[in-house]
Design a binder for this molecule. Structure first.
Ligand code: NAD
Ligand code: DAU
Length: 357
């Protein structure tokens, strides 16, 4: 029986990954280690909470003693590190939290896993440490060169405190591979969308605001481009890297699905309006607001390596994935209300003033 230690498994992608694993494999055990920050919600995992193959432990990945105890208790075969502060806007106002969780947390996990798994000089048996990283570590591409893409050997050039912290963590992960022969992989994925994404991120925020006839805040000129991938396709890619990725290698993940933000917002308006049969959901809700500081212009991933070496490909076309996603948020209004209640309301007001949720 294979034991996966998944950190950040109560967040957006982590919870989708835990559900994906338990659905796909019978003979496994999944230990979900999550501190439950504002972004972590156990409700995402309701479907598996009574599953004997699933264990939840509330802990901080920066807490070495707690991580060691979990390794001793559960003896994981592999670790997939999703745990992070993940929102770029927050990193602009609170960079230290990002440095702590994303960098110190990753180094803590590397140290604990290394000492738990070492069985000889540079020998860690059949174990594997997978760091879930992001295309944002590569920086920004120009809009006027649509054939330029991020490849695995594109130099790291992060701009935001978030992406700087993820790039720093990546370099530690690679350094543990080079220095100690530690069995690592890194995946760098483009923007994910799908169920359970915290409604501070573009797609769920716009769906939620649109349905309530609230303003839709578009940063700058709305022409920044993101490369969107349905979350389940990301989960599948991570699973394939765990199973067959060459140790020490980085794999880019993305579906060549680039859209300017304004196109995403207009698509959401149209779909929400149709789904609710509500003409008041229309483009007059759009409000161009002051741009994000250091706003990366375009992300575009070249996923050629993972396609050629591991046979991965994105299965969900955007036209299908976005409708499924919009419907999920419309059907789960209570989830949205619960996760954005309390402290999040105060935070949102302090960040965005009267741009109401
Ligand atoms: P998220 O913010 O939804 O979830 C993060 C989870 O980590 C939460 O459950 C939170 O409680 C937990 N966490 C935070 N600090 C912790 C700590 N110190 N100890 C233990 N748990 C802690 O994030 P997400 O969007 O699901 O992203 C997951 C990972 O994927 C991140 O590492 C992110 O950098 C990366 N990523 C995200 C995207 C995307 O589009 N969302 C794309 C590429 C890569
Ligand atoms: O590319 C992968 C990254 O994608 C992940 O590493 C990050 O964790 C994840 O948050 C995401 O980062 P972005 O900054 O691209 O996502 P966000 O949803 O915050 O913003 C997407 C785009 O939409 C970006 O250009 C900013 C813009 N935006 C965002 C919000 C929240 C708006 O115009 N208005 C908004 O209100």
């Amino acid at each position: 029986m294979r034991t996966y230690l998944v950190t950040g498994g109560a967040g957006f992608i982590g919870s989708n990954f835990v559900l994906y694993l338990l659905e796909r494999y019978a003979d496994i055990r999944v230990i979900n280690v999550d501190m439950l920050t504002y972004a972590g919600n156990l409700e995402n995992l309701k479907a598996v909470e009574d599953d004997p193959r699933y264990v939840f432990a509330q802990a901080d990945i920066c807490d070495g003693a707690a991580m060691r105890a979990l390794f001793e208790q559960y003896k994981p075969d592999c670790l997939v590190n999703f745990a992070a502060e993940s929102h770029v806007d927050r990193s602009i106002t609170q960079p230290e939290v990002f440095a702590k969780t994303n960098v110190i947390g990753t180094v803590t996990l590397l140290n604990v896993a290394r000492s738990a798994w070492q069985c000889g000089e540079d020998d860690y048996g059949d174990h594997r440490f997978l760091q879930v990283s992001t295309d944002e570590v590569y920086g920004s591409l120009p809009l006027d060169d649509p054939k330029a893409f991020f490849r695995e050997d594109t130099p790291l050039a992060p701009h935001s405190p978030y992406s700087a912290s993820k790039a720093a963590a990546d370099l530690f992960v690679l350094a543990y591979g080079d220095t100690y022969g530690f069995p690592v992989n890194i995946t760098r994925c483009s923007n994910n969308y799908g169920p359970f994404q915290f409604p501070e991120k573009l797609i769920p925020l716009m769906i939620n605001n649109a349905r309530h006839h609230k303003r839709l805040p578009v940063y700058g000129d709305g022409l920044n481009v993101r490369d969107w991938l349905y979350v389940e396709d990301h989960c599948k890619a991570i699973d394939m890297v765990l199973a067959g990725g060459v140790l020490g290698e980085v794999y880019n993940i993305g579906g060549h699905n680039e859209h300017p933000n304004i196109h995403i917002v207009k698509t959401i308006i149209k779909q929400v309006s149709e789904a609710l049969d509500d003409q008041a959901v229309n483009e007059t809700l759009i409000e161009y607001v002051v741009d994000r500081k250091g706003h990366d212009r375009r992300y575009g991933i070249a996923p050629d390596k993972i396609k050629a070496d591991l046979g991965w490909y994105p299965e969900t076309p955007f036209a299908e994935g976005i409708i499924k996603t919009i419907q999920w948020y419309l059907d789960n209004e209570e989830w949205v209300a619960r996760v954005t209640s309390g402290a999040y309301q105060e935070y949102y007001q302090s960040m965005y003033g009267d741009r109401s949720l």
